[in-house]
Design a binder for this molecule. Structure first.
Ligand code: OKS
Ligand code: ZN
Length: 343
């Protein structure tokens, strides 16, 4: 399978994540990609190529222009305010004060555009987000041109990013931008199946009122897990999109037997939809040793996941999302691709 990768993903290295009341070294770190690419080489998964620049047009087909402008200038404005740490939001337009204008001050704008507070911005963030979407777009173009599967080794991830919000380590929604690209290049229907431990809230929200993109997500029950405020089973789409969003919230401790039942149900829904292309939001934070998640999948289970996805029989794009058991992330992510290729 073709892998799209860039060493320049290493250039996003924030120093801080707000976690458990402390600033810690971010879980979403450059070494994640090192382990995956090293494993891809050892296992001879296939050609590894760099991304092509795709510009902003495919991004603006999904994200609001004012949001992208904010990402472009956020670090400059944060520094201009005299702040010395990395940029972290600390106030939000919550239930009791929604509806006002977008603030002028960077502190207010951070809260306006952030959906959560763990993710720091620094001088490298915007470029890193652009590189990540170019990796995804290069990979989706390959699938569209060849029909063969591809893996976009994106970093930072994307599935929490909404049309005008960042958070959960995500800035540009790589799977959403890729799905829209496929539609703009002539596809009628695309399915996005999110198997990351966390609910793909951004992806759901972006396509919630549309019937040309079926969104499905298997994830930790938002009653107990990030992003807490979206991802429930009764969220099935709205208007034209009614019936085109499917959530599988699963309890803490979910093992592979239970998880795979949900996967098989999701696969049946994908088949019924009969899309032209399948996009997998591939997180491996479902792994038993993941430091911030609570499912118990084991490394061999990822081979079986890949095999089940292959049997759907669709042109398939894999896009990297989460996974923080860094030393095992290479084995787990590459096992999905191996399982797919060998089925
Ligand atoms: C708050 C938890 C932050 C979790 C961010 C989730 C990142 C991820 N301490 N999304 O798929 O992996
Ligand atoms: Zn995740």
């Amino acid at each position: 399978m073709l892998i799209v990768h860039s060493d320049a993903t290493r250039d996003r290295r924030t120093l801080t994540e707000l976690f458990a009341g402390q600033l810690v070294a971010p879980f979403e770190c450059p070494e994640r990609v090192d382990y995956i690419i090293e494993r891809a080489r050892t296992e001879s998964i296939g050609e590894i190529r760099g991304p092509d620049e795709h510009g902003l047009e495919p991004v603006l087909a999904i994200h609001d222009a004012d949001y992208i402008d904010f990402l472009r200038v956020a670090w400059r404005d944060w520094q201009a305010a005299g702040y010395e740490g990395e940029a972290i939001p600390n106030i939000w337009p919550t239930r009791r004060m929604p509806g006002g204008p977008i603030p002028r001050h960077i502190e207010g704008r951070l809260g306006y555009y952030a959906l959560a507070g763990e993710t720091s911005l620094n001088a490298d963030t915007f470029e890193a987000a652009l590189l990540s979407k170019d990796i995804a777009l290069t990979a989706v173009d390959q699938v569209l041109d060849s029909g063969a599967p591809a893996f976009a080794l994106c970093r930072p991830p994307g599935h929490h990013a909404a049309r005008d919000q960042y958070g959960g380590y995500c800035f540009i929604n790589n799977v959403a931008v890729s799905a829209q690209r496929a539609l703009d290049r002539g596809h009628q229907r695309v399915a996005i199946l999110d198997i990351d431990f966390h609910h793909g809230n951004g992806t759901q929200d972006i396509f919630y009122e549309r019937s040309d993109v079926l969104t499905l997500s298997l994830h930790g029950d938002p009653m107990d897990e990030f992003p807490y405020f979206l991802g429930f089973a009764n969220e099935t789409g709205r208007g034209e999109g009614e019936g085109y969003n499917v959530n599988y919230p699963l309890p803490s401790g979910t093992d592979y037997a239970r998880w795979a039942q949900a996967l098989d149900d999701a696969i049946a829904r994908v088949r019924d939809f009969a899309p032209d292309m399948l996009i997998i939001a591939l997180g491996v934070d479902t792994f038993e040793n993941d430091p911030i998640s609570s499912f118990t999948l084991q490394s061999d289970d990822y081979l079986d996941i890949g095999a089940r996805l292959k049997r759907i029989g669709l042109p398939t794009l894999f896009v990297m999302e989460g996974g923080y058991a860094v030393e095992e992330i290479g084995v787990n992510a590459i096992n999905v691709l191996k399982g797919f290729d060998n089925a």
